[in-house]
Design a protein around this ligand. Structure first.
Ligand SMILES: [Zn+2]
Length: 217
């Protein structure tokens, strides 16, 4: 299956992408991983991407598209892939279509994870991370530490990362609405969009997604 995964920040997209790729036995291709892999292997594309990032600029679409193209042509992606974080705007979606058409293949589905805005803000803004180990993560409502502000594992101080502040989350949502959401309409016109609720336990969301992909709705 060839799938594109979309959803607002805070909808649990990364978690679901990993789980779905494993269940469907297809590689999970995320833009973050693509950038990291190309930069660490010092490929031409990686060097190019790094030059933009070092200068504090966004990596141009052409570079991202070329990296995705390279990754999708690897043998493990022959029977499908799950794209996460790409395409992130309509022009990338159009480029992806061109690219697939040239290979004589098509997307099977665009899985749209839906989560109410207030819930997304609550999920992210409630996160608290340990200063001693960033893998120690809590949530003021969903998984509170035993003692306020103190890590259960190591006693470290818990804090809210700048990225998780309500203001930052609202800004990221705005970017998602203006740049990424239009690709849902773009793919809807092709009859590819499958929308599911991203609410509830992680396991349930995964089953819901698999079920929806199977039935194509
Ligand atoms: Zn800790």
């Amino acid at each position: 299956m060839r799938i594109v995964l979309v959803g607002p920040p805070g909808a649990g997209k990364g978690t679901q992408a990993t789980r779905l790729a494993e269940k469907l036995r297809i590689p999970h291709i995320s833009t973050g991983d693509l950038f990291r892999a190309n930069i660490s292997r010092q490929t031409e594309l990686g060097k190019l991407a790094k030059s933009y990032m070092d200068a504090g600029n966004l990596v141009p679409d052409e570079v991202t598209i070329a990296m995705a193209k390279d990754r999708m042509s690897q043998p493990d992606a022959e029977n499908g892939f799950l794209l996460d974080g790409f395409p992130r705007n309509v022009s990338q979606a159009e480029a992806l279509d061109e690219l697939l058409k040239a290979e004589g293949i098509k997307l099977d589905a665009v899985l749209d994870l839906e989560a109410p805005e207030d819930e997304v803000v609550k999920r992210i803004a409630g996160r608290r991370v340990c200063r001693k180990d960033s893998a120690h993560v809590f949530h003021v409502t969903y998984s509170p530490p035993k003692q306020d502000g103190v890590c259960d594992y190591c006693g470290g101080e818990l804090y809210q990362r700048d990225d998780d502040s309500e203001e930052t989350v609202r800004t990221r949502l705005e970017v998602y609405h203006t740049q990424t959401e239009p690709i849902i309409d773009y793919y809807r016109a092709q009859g590819l969009v499958v929308t599911i609720s991203a609410m509830g336990p992680v396991d349930e969301v995964t089953s819901r997604a698999l079920e929806a992909l199977k039935s194509g709705q």
